[in-house]
Design a protein around this ligand. Structure first.
Ligand code: SAM
Length: 291
């Protein structure tokens, strides 16, 4: 993978500003990925530490290498958001000062063909962030009924042509690679504009394989229980559905008087960041502080 890629953590300056890092604080980076944000947090700590979590073992290994100069201030935990209580318990932590979640997949996951996330790289239809889990994209594509597939592609991918796509998939089964799935979809539905016609189907499969919305709901429930008063929660999203889930959860915490929202309007990357890192263009940041 591109050795420079990890140097582009999205909305980095803004994330750090909203985390308002205390040198003696305990932080949780719920999505360590390649370690970009974790390294930046660690650099600002003197006696505190950051627990860098990811459900992807390979990403955590890369994060470990990338953050080696600050290893004294970083502890790693492999697990999904739902394992957050264990991450804290293993590190003897009751309350945390700040949590960052930079949702979705990393550049490493997208660019590694064998992980099967990308439409552009031919690889096995996998899409698991945690390669230890059972269900893969190939299982869904080859074993769901035509109706179940159409419902999935429509529901999670917001793809209006879901029925036509699922019919074509069922006729072409077995489909074992990302390249073949992309071609089957491209033949079934015409390309409109610049976006590949399989984009939303790939998104739907990825969201389902990794249960991303369910995981996000867990994170939004667990984090406020463990943040201390004055603790910060910063979430970066790349999809409008995810941003809506975060916005609603934050609003409900504010209504209950448990937290104060710090971002009245969502924060977007500056033009310069989008120029340097086009992958940041759809990013949105929301932050809150616990009362
Ligand atoms: C956008 S990347 C994070 C990049 C990172 N901030 C950096 O600077 O390199 C998102 C990461 O979160 C992980 N992830 C996504 N959902 C997760 C979940 N529910 N539990 C744990 N990790 C998750 C993915 O495996 C991926 O490595």
């Amino acid at each position: 993978m591109d050795a420079a890629a990890w140097h582009y953590p999205v909305l980095l300056a803004e994330s750090l500003e909203y985390l308002a890092i205390r040198p003696d604080g305990i932080y949780l980076d719920a999505t360590a990925g390649l370690g970009g944000h974790s390294a930046a947090i660690a650099q600002r700590l003197q006696t505190g530490f950051v627990i860098a979590c990811d459900r992807d073992a390979e990403s955590l290994e890369l994060a470990g290498k990338n953050t080696a100069p600050w290893s004294e201030r970083i502890r790693f935990h492999r697990g999904a958001f739902s394992s957050l209580p264990q991450a804290l318990e293993r590190n003897g932590v009751e309350r945390i000062d700040g949590v960052l979640a930079d949702l979705g997949v990393s550049r490493y996951q997208l660019s590694a063909a064998e992980r099967g996330f990308s439409l552009m790289e031919d690889g096995p239809l996998d899409m698991r962030m945690d390669r230890g889990q059972g269900l893969t994209a190939a299982d869904l594509v080859n074993h769901l009924s035509e109706k179940e597939l159409a419902d999935l592609i429509f529901g999670l991918g917001e793809e209006r042509r879901s029925r036509r796509i699922s019919r074509a998939i069922v006729r072409a089964r077995p489909i074992l690679t990302t390249g073949r799935l992309a071609r089957v979809i491209e033949e079934a539905v015409p390309r409109t504009g610049r976006i590949h016609p399989a984009t939303q189907t790939f998104m739907a499969l990825r969201l389902r394989v990794n249960e991303e919305f369910e995981e996000l709901e867990q994170l939004l429930r667990l984090v406020p229980e463990r943040l201390r008063s004055g603790g910060r929660f910063v979430v970066l999203t790349f999809m409008s559905t995810e941003d809506r889930i975060v916005k609603r959860a934050f609003q409900s915490l504010a209504r209950e008087g448990r937290a104060t929202i710090l971002t009245k309007h969502v924060i977007r990357p500056a033009e310069q960041e989008v120029l340097e890192n086009p992958a940041s263009r759809s990013a949105k940041l929301r932050a809150l502080v616990m009362n």
